[in-house]
Design a protein around this ligand. Structure first.
Ligand SMILES: NC(=O)c1ccc[n+]([C@@H]2O[C@H](COP(=O)([O-])OP(=O)(O)OC[C@H]3O[C@@H](n4cnc5c(N)ncnc54)[C@H](O)[C@@H]3O)[C@@H](O)[C@H]2O)c1
Length: 229
């Protein structure tokens, strides 16, 4: 049976990832300590989703670990060791506004937490694909310089442009225009890329933007984040 580690497993993207792999009959090891409730208050808690996963999703095992806790993360990876087939890392502090309120927490969750997971993967399952949910915020102002043409209902990139099929990790990040949130996510994004390049691990960064779905534990500050992002 395949074992998949999902961080932020009770969150919007993490919980959908858990359900998807469960459909394939995988054993899913979820990590989520509901830090979201601490960021945005009780209304944004992902506890309900977590309880639902524990009660109803076949093959799901939950761990209330903080990804900043390197010894706990290491121990979990050690336990599952060679059985780990993939890691999907979605746990994060996800808000621009909140990052400015407490840069220390933002950076340690987004950057150091990612480093803890990469190190654990390097030590115990270096062959397992490591999928990181980065963000389009790493680009700063760069997307505004892409050649766009206006269609009836949307903007499209110019036909024949190298990014017409989609923007890959080769598009340069912008060092001149960032937010504190962009800085912590960029640090994590670069670490994930570098573990791929330097250590030869199969890592990838998905740089999404404005994602939502039925499991979104929305709150006022997150709505504002979505509108400005
Ligand atoms: N939703 C979007 O619009 C969007 C856009 C671009 C990128 N992303 C990225 O995708 C990822 C997932 O986003 P989401 O919308 O699912 O977020 P979310 O807030 O719904 O889920 C994140 C989960 O991680 C948990 N968590 C946070 N810090 C933790 C820690 N230190 N230890 C353990 N668990 C922790 C939270 O409790 C929460 O359940 C994030 O990395 C985010 O930056 C999201």
């Amino acid at each position: 049976m395949r074992t998949i580690i999902v961080t932020g497993s009770a969150g919007l993207i993490g919980s959908e990832t858990v359900k998807r792999f469960s459909q394939d009959g995988a054993h899913i090891v979820g990590i989520d300590n509901d830090l979201r409730a601490q960021f945005f208050g009780a209304e944004a808690s992902t506890k309900k989703t977590r309880d639902n996963l524990i009660a109803n999703v076949r093959g799901y095992e939950h761990h209330n670990i903080d990804i900043r806790d390197a010894p706990a993360v290491t121990e979990l990876f050690k336990q599952h060791g060679g059985k780990i087939d993939a890691i999907v890392h979605t746990a994060s502090q996800p808000s621009h506004d909140w990052a400015a309120r407490d840069p220390q927490t933002d950076f340690t969750v987004n950057a150091n937490g990612t480093l803890n997971l990469l190190e654990a993967a390097r030590n115990f399952c270096p062959e397992a694909p490591f999928v990181f949910t980065s963000t389009n915020k790493v680009y700063g102002d760069t997307p505004n310089r892409l050649p766009l043409r206006e269609l009836e209902k949307r903007w499209e990139i110019e036909t024949g442009h190298e990014y017409e099929p989609g923007i890959s990790e080769t598009m340069s990040i912008d060092y001149t225009k960032h937010s504190l949130f962009g800085a912590s996510k960029t640090a994590a994004d670069l670490l994930v890329q570098e573990y791929g390049r330097y250590f030869g691990m199969p890592t990838v960064c998905f740089r999404g933007g404005c994602l939502t779905g039925p499991a979104h534990a929305g709150t006022e500050s997150c709505t504002a984040f979505s509108l400005i992002s």
